[in-house]
Design a protein around this ligand. Structure first.
Ligand SMILES: *Cc1c(COP(=O)(O)O)cnc(C)c1O
Length: 388
């Protein structure tokens, strides 16, 4: 077999298992609806939880930023690509999250790669929730390549985590977890994780991709939601392409921890800084998030309406108090069939299958947004009832 034939054989296996992934081309901006193949669908597939991706004021800040600062940053942050809008955004993110300092990244994937492998090398041990996001898993594999021991504990299982921590003689320990789990929507036991981190003198690395902007007072995120402080041992990653509606990510932490990432984080150092206009749009987005109780109230009203309405369906929603509302279908084919049937009715609710989620738990991942209307939620519920 040639090299290409070997790849093709694997692709054929994926197709035979019904697991081929496919992209839809949108002929419309991210928003409450999406135009695909000439049809307008109500969009339950985006992570634009506050509807800010389509906010004209953000687009204006982006355009103004591009006119003032050009399109590219031209270099990495350490080699001349760190412009005033980047510096301003860092300061604002630190103030907003309550941490001493923050660094920005062009994606959340990259931000996660900059944290765990930088803090965990030889002699360190990483303790990671089994349902962590793929980017945290890849970061953990890099830490392993750097000589760290890695341990995965069953999802949210605090006693298993404590047993692993107690048995470890590592000089430096890192507990790594999503705050809101991206395929289940549930919240990690954050107060208990912080308690364990204190008891075993470990870092606590948290990925707040789905909490930032949505949860807590002023949308400050999952720590605020749980009433937890910006403790020195916490490094908080947040993404800026979901609720913040633009793109990129940040890591916030203590002065020393952030300086360490700046000095040693390869995924921070060896990449071009994001376009400055992105930072301009994000500064505007942060203000909108902070003043966004109207958006959050609408989002949480939609969540409650969906949960009430779904109570009578044959499929159950996972218990989630966040914008991610997974409807468990079970089989891969059944989940895809339900998603297709909704699509025919003008509703875009993507099916998520293994290996992204455990076998037998294929689901519709319903993402709600402040951009939705009450009528959108009712249409989704009516279609689900009709198809049950
Ligand atoms: C989306 C996501 C990321 C990656 O962020 P990007 O900015 O999209 O690269 C990381 N962690 C979690 C939990 C996510 O959901």
């Amino acid at each position: 077999m040639s090299l290409t034939e070997r790849l093709q054989a694997e692709l054929d296996d994926i197709a035979a298992a019904g697991l081929t992934r496919r992209r839809r081309v949108l002929a419309s901006p991210c928003g409450r609806t999406a135009v695909v193949d000439g049809r307008e669908l109500i969009n339950f597939a985006s992570n634009d939880y506050l509807g800010l991706a389509g906010d004209p004021a953000l687009a204006a800040a982006f355009a103004h930023g591009a006119r003032q600062w050009g399109t590219g940053s031209g270099a990495s942050h350490l080699l001349g690509g760190h412009l005033e809008p980047h510096e301003k955004l860092e300061t604002e993110l630190a103030a907003f999250t309550g941490f001493a300092r923050a660094l920005t990244f062009s994606t959340g994937y990259l931000a996660n790669l900059a944290v765990t492998p930088t803090l965990a090398g030889r002699g360190a041990a990483v303790f990671a929730d089994k349902l962590n996001h793929a980017s945290l898993i890849d970061a953990m594999q890099l830490a392993k390549a750097n000589g760290a021991a890695i341990h995965r504990y069953p999802h949210a299982d605090l006693s298993a985590l404590e047993r692993l921590l107690a048995a470890s003689a590592a000089a430096s320990k890192l507990i790594v977890s999503d705050t809101v789990f991206s395929m289940d929507g549930d919240l990690a036991p954050l107060p208990q994780l912080l308690e364990l981190a204190e008891r075993y003198d470990a870092w606590l690395i948290l990925d707040d991709a789905h909490g930032f902007g949505v949860l807590g007072e002023n949308g400050r995120g999952s720590l605020a939601h749980c009433g937890l402080p910006a403790a020195e041992r916490i490094l908080l990653m947040g993404t800026l392409g979901k609720a913040a509606g633009v793109g990129g990510a940040f890591v916030a932490g203590s002065e020393t921890a952030i300086d360490y990432l700046l000095q040693k984080g390869r995924a921070y150092i060896f990449t071009t800084a994001a376009p400055p206009a992105v930072a301009c749009a994000l500064s505007h987005s942060l203000q909108r998030i902070a003043a966004g109780d109207d958006l959050r109230q609408r989002l949480f009203a939609h969540i409650a309406r969906l949960q009430d309405g779904a109570a009578g369906l044959p499929w159950r929603l996972l218990p989630s108090a966040t914008a991610i509302q997974p409807l468990i279908v079970g089989g891969n084919a059944a989940a895809v069939a339900l998603s297709d049937a909704l699509w025919q009715r003008g509703l875009w609710a993507p099916a998520i299958r293994p290996p992204t989620v455990p076998a037998g738990t294929a689901r519709l991942r319903l993402s709600l947004s402040a951009a939705h209307t009450t009528d959108d939620i009712d249409k989704l519920l009516a279609a689900l009832r009709e198809l049950s």
